[in-house]
Write a protein that binds this ligand. Structure first.
Ligand code: HDD
Length: 753
């Protein structure tokens, strides 16, 4: 087109998919043979060094990509065939006895097509059904051999390919992205000593202490069984009934009621391995550790009002965000950090490190950065990769081991078990996205959908007929840490598990005022959706143990009195070591200070001041933002100088709350037309209410006044105004304003406007 057009995402690492370079396209219509040289070079790229260690690792390439080539299929220039490879002549009509006659049973083309279609779906994950995945790599900053012999940490600069899947927990596969919920953060490391799955969440603690309660927790939060409602929401009776009877969930409830549960983007959330794990070095010495992922993009969240609206306008908000960022070559990045501590240290803590409802404050054990993870390639096929990927906490490698966390113990069983149903049998490790790059050799045989063709007559060990192969490798193979056990066989909990409130209070006390207010509002909202008053009251009584002020605030919002505190399981718990931890506030990790990947809406109409938008578009795009021209409709608009601007979005298909910032243009004709459009007013009000930066050029100011912002225009630091001719000068100031994300002084409960 000949007008000013917003840039489309384009990832130079995926030229083939975009048809930009046909000369290197795979042979059309064929599956591609495995590239064995790429496979063996796989996870070891000594030349790959980062900002910390030197030149960057090669982007867009990793060993999983090469291994997946063997199953990539490209249909260009090929005719349709059946699954048996028979070329199909007619894909429109059933075989019939005469044009108006009955269909014939022998029509194998029709029957094969429909039968396959009938079986296209597999069971969705019982939890974490909705998600989004991406390929990338992990790069170690330094050798970590002092603590662990785990392959990814073997040497400085070592690169290990990964596949990551982010998810919501409660919603079904087709639910919305912006539900209030925990987010899954599961990483599969394809190491050269086998696959290691770090199956974490975006919160460092969990609802329950023992896997025995997991089915109860999930049954409580999922849609209520009699009517199947509500979808992807914890705001209903059964969830609050359960958690109010399970005080151990209180700490996690603080996290889930905080804005952590409504992230701005998968790219902007932390990840945590949650449990205490063990690291083992070559000598068999062991330390405990917790895993932390820190987003380089910073931690950012939505407002609840925003999340609710986005779920209607774009249920795929997070999936789209991740996809577009990677597709445009703006690769999300996380730093992996470890909290390393000894068993003796752990024994001295006021809480139990085997209790997944507790975290270890960073003030007690600092987080040591050990590497970075970059996601640089979208999957080729959602089903084959993101849906079929199977994470299992049981997948660990030499150098990593479990702790005795009873929640982890249940998980070690649960994941492999669920894949057998979900993926149709015990051979799910052979599905390309799940198969390790390390060679698999054992005597496991047969089962549904077996892919490997095992040669020879030996499928047992020991054997002599196959020269004893494959043989067990002794201490060079996986060895469990020989933790001493001398105890009775019991069902029960260690004493420190009985303390349920200290860290809930710690979390609350560590929040900024805005975050705290949002936590209170979230409790109010959720409990207001609970029909049974006794449940509300029980939950309030538990909150009193966390903070009387919080309980009082929530109670006011529900028109209730603050009840007596719930009796505690333990009268005199040990005093906590840390009572405020800055790291627990979202604001503690602002991340990058620029505006990369920020979505900026520029309103356009007929007669809009053209030159200023050209220069602004250039400056914002240059700074890495994604600029969208949003009109009353999509298509071309003629600016004041006769030049054209193309709106790639309309206010109808993309309401204001989908954007991070707003530019209101100059041009009196345009402003008059926009002022007469109710969509514009809603657009502006949402931008203001959600505390987002706004720039008004020239007559654009009048539009903000029409929207009711007149009284605050000159005081609000997040609203800039400039003459259109001054755009070049105002651009850097606007970029700085956008970089600050939100202007929280506007945030009030209820909203002012
Ligand atoms: Fe789980 C999926 C994370 C406790 C049983 N879980 C699942 C996924 C994540 C987590 C990220 C999605 C993986 C993917 O993207 O495919 N789960 C956690 C965390 C937990 C946790 C961080 C607590 C620390 N989970 C947990 C317990 C159990 C399970 C206690 C059972 C006893 N989780 C499952 C499961 C799922 C699952 C049923 C469903 C689909 C799947 O495994 O592959 O096995």
């Amino acid at each position: 087109s000949d007008g000013l057009v917003a840039a489309m995402p384009y990832n130079s690492n995926k030229e083939l998919e975009h048809g930009h370079d046909n000369t290197v396209a795979p042979p059309t219509g064929e599956t591609i043979a495995p590239d064995s040289s790429a496979l063996t070079a796989s996870t070891r790229t000594e030349g790959s060094e980062s900002a910390k260690t030197g030149a960057a690792a090669r982007l867009g390439t990793n060993a999983t990509i090469a291994s997946l080539d063997r199953v990539r299929v490209d249909p260009s220039d090929r005719s349709l065939t059946t699954n048996q490879g028979v070329i199909i002549g007619d894909n429109q009509n059933t075989l019939k006895a005469g044009l108006r006659g009955p269909s014939l049973l022998e029509d194998f083309v029709l029957r094969e097509k429909v039968t396959h279609f009938d079986n296209e779906r597999i069971p969705e994950r019982i939890v974490h059904a909705r998600g989004s995945g991406a390929h990338g790599y992990f790069e170690a900053y330094d050798a970590l051999t002092e603590y662990t012999r785990a392959a990814p940490f073997a040497e400085k600069g070592k690169v290990t390919p990964v596949f990551v899947r982010f998810s919501t927990v409660a919603g079904e596969r087709g639910s919305k992205d912006t539900a209030r919920d925990v987010r899954g953060f599961a990483v599969k490391f394809y190491t050269d000593e086998g696959n290691w799955d770090l199956v974490g969440n975006n919160m460092p603690v969990f609802f329950i202490q023992d896997a025995m309660k997991f089915p109860d927790l999930v049954h409580a939060v999922k849609p209520e069984p009699h009517h199947g409602m509500p979808q992807a929401a914890s705001a209903h009776d059964t969830f609050w009934d359960f958690v109010s009877l399970m005080p151990e969930s209180t700490h996690m409830l603080m996290w889930v009621m905080s804005d952590r549960a409504i992230p701005r983007s998968f790219r902007m959330m932390q990840g945590f391995g949650v449990h205490t794990f063990r690291l083992l070095n070559q000598k068999g010495e062991s330390v405990f550790c917790k895993f932390h992922w820190k987003p380089i993009q910073g931690t950012h969240s939505l407002f609840w009002d925003e999340a609710v609206k986005i779920s209607g306008a774009d249920p795929d908000f997070h999936r789209r965000d991740l996809w577009e960022a990677i597709e445009s070559g703006d690769f999300p990045e996380w730093e992996l950090g470890l909290q390393i501590f000894t068993e003796i240290q752990a024994d001295g803590f006021s809480f139990d490190v085997l209790d997944s409802t507790k975290l270890i404050p960073e003030e007690l054990v600092p987080v040591t950065p050990v590497g970075r993870m970059i996601l640089n390639r979208n999957p080729d096929n959602f089903f084959a990769e993101t849906e079929q990927v199977a994470f299992c906490t049981a997948h660990i490698i030499p150098g990593i081991d479990f702790s005795n966390d009873p929640l982890l113990a249940g998980r070690i069983h649960s994941y492999a078990d669920t894949q057998i149903t979900r993926l149709g049998g015990p051979n799910f490790h052979e599905i390309p996205i799940n198969s390790p790059l390390a060679q698999v050799q054992n005597n496991q045989r047969d089962g549904m959908h077996r892919q490997a063709l095992h040669r020879g007559r030996v499928a047992y060990e020991p054997n002599s007929l196959s020269g004893g192969c494959p043989f067990q490798a002794g201490t060079t193979g996986f060895t469990s840490f020989p933790a001493a056990i001398t105890d009775d066989k019991v069902r029960g909990k260690p004493e420190k598990f009985a303390e349920h409130y200290a860290q809930a209070t710690l979390f609350l006390e560590s929040q900024t005022a805005v975050e705290r207010a949002h936590i209170a509002a979230a409790f109010r909202f959720e409990l207001s959706k609970v029909g049974v008053t006794a449940i509300r009251e029980r939950m309030l009584s538990s909150l009193v143990n966390v903070s009387r002020e919080l309980a009082a605030e929530v109670a006011v919002g529900l028109g209730m009195r603050v009840p007596e505190p719930m009796p505690r399981a333990i009268d005199e718990p040990e005093a906590p070591e840390v009572t405020v931890s800055r790291a627990l506030s979202l604001m503690a990790l602002p991340g990058e200070s620029g505006i990369r990947t920020r979505q900026i809406a520029v309103l356009v109409e007929e007669g809009v001041h053209h030159a200023s938008l050209v220069s602004l578009h250039e400056a914002l795009t240059e700074a890495g933002a994604v600029v969208h021209f949003v009109g009353p409709r999509v298509g071309m608009f003629v600016g004041d100088s006769g030049e054209k601007i193309e709106a790639n979005r309309s206010m109808e298909n993309s309401p204001g709350f989908l954007f991070d910032a707003l530019v209101v243009p100059d041009g009196s004709e345009a402003i008059e037309a926009l002022a007469g459009n109710g969509h514009t007013m809603a657009f502006i009000i949402d931008q203001f209410r959600h505390c987002k930066p706004i720039l008004a050029l020239g007559a654009g100011r009048e539009l903000l006044e029409t929207a009711g912002l007149g009284s605050v225009l000159d005081e609000d630091e997040g609203i800039l105004m400039a003459d259109a001719v001054d755009t070049a000068n105002i651009a850097p100031a606007f970029i700085a304003v956008v970089a600050a994300h939100r202007y929280l002084s506007r945030d009030s409960d209820p909203p002012l406007i």
